[in-house]
Design a protein around this ligand. Structure first.
Ligand SMILES: *[C@@H]1O[C@H](CO)[C@@H](O)[C@H](O)[C@H]1NC(C)=O
Ligand SMILES: *[C@@H]1O[C@H](CO)[C@@H](O)[C@H](O)[C@H]1NC(C)=O
Length: 282
């Protein structure tokens, strides 16, 4: 019985491309708290603010939003900041999309420092649904320099002390202060510049890539709420050396063999394919 089950597994593994077996490059199973911090200062203008709203909506549309997956908070700022939706306000995708589409332009100066302070003190807090053991992704969208760069840098540095937090910045238009955006972003790679609000749509995928990083993905065995007992290394070892195995242990052993087999296939197959294409190209 065990042998035939394993054989079936192995045949299945053989039939599937190793890439498909070993990874899933989708954004369906990420667990992340995403805070969008959106500039609504006068320089943005009402028309461009609408474009920003549509841009954010396009991002939200592609994220798996929900209490156990991606939680979303949105902050609009100018001279002050307003939280449009906290992580734990109606947590489904439709509600978050409604919240962003309801967000209106208000005008004023660019107090980025206050927005970052409010983000840290009010939004990235468990009382408002921020999860302690889940990474945070902050996306800051602005069209210009803040009122007080010193204050903004101080606030950004305090924020960056939080563990497991990434800041992605998107500057739009020609008034952007690159130096400031660079200090705000977690690194050069997390900093983007769109030449105009017209071009902003092409940055949807770039922002999404940060929300869909492999490190944010939830492994298949942890996707359901059902309690999953992980097999420790020693327990697994005992099971493979045991001669009288009970049914669940047999399954474990079969899975262990399958995992070994996958490893070999993942290493061997790409190599073999490369050799094959090398062979045919000459
Ligand atoms: C800018 O912020 C710094 C740090 O908070 C403060 O010391 C300084 O007075 C501010 N400058 C202005 C012009 O408000
Ligand atoms: C691919 O080719 C290299 C050298 O040409 C060889 O060492 C290796 O074993 C080959 N791999 C497979 C899977 O055939």
């Amino acid at each position: 019985m065990r042998t035939s089950m394993c054989a079936a597994f192995l045949l299945f593994a053989l039939a599937v491309e190793p890439e498909t077996v070993s990874s899933d490059n989708d954004c369906e199973h990420v667990r992340l708290d995403v805070a969008l911090v959106v500039d609504s200062s006068s320089s943005v203008t009402r028309a461009n603010f609408k474009k920003t709203v549509r841009f954010i909506d396009a991002i939200l549309r592609q994220l798996p939003i929900g209490p156990d997956d991606v939680r979303v908070a949105i902050i609009r700022f100018s001279h002050g900041s307003d939280v449009m939706t906290y992580f734990n306000d109606d947590m489904d995708k439709d509600s978050k999309r409604k919240a962003i589409r309801k967000m209106r332009f208000n005008g004023g100066t660019t107090a980025t420092d206050k927005a970052i302070k409010d983000l840290r003190e009010k939004v990235l807090d468990s009382s408002h649904g921020n999860r302690e053991n889940v990474p945070d992704l902050v996306v800051l969208i602005t069209d210009g320099a803040s009122n007080n760069m010193t204050a903004t840098v101080i606030e950004a540095n305090i924020l960056k002390q939080r563990p497991d937090l990434r800041i992605v910045t998107l500057g739009i238009g020609d008034q952007v202060d690159r130096a400031e955006l660079r200090v705000l972003a977690s690194s050069d790679r997390e900093m983007y510049e769109a030449r105009s609000f017209k071009k902003v749509r092409s940055f949807v995928e770039k922002i999404l890539q940060w929300a869909c990083l492999a490190e944010y993905r939830v492994p298949p065995e942890k996707r359901t709420r059902a309690t999953h007992r992980a097999t420790s290394t020693t327990a697994a070892h005992r099971e493979t050396t045991s001669t009288t195995m009970k049914a669940p242990e047999k399954e474990t052993r079969c899975l262990l063999e399958l995992n070994e087999f996958r490893k070999i296939m993942v290493e061997y197959l790409p190599d073999a394919r490369r050799n094959r294409s090398r062979g045919t190209s000459h």
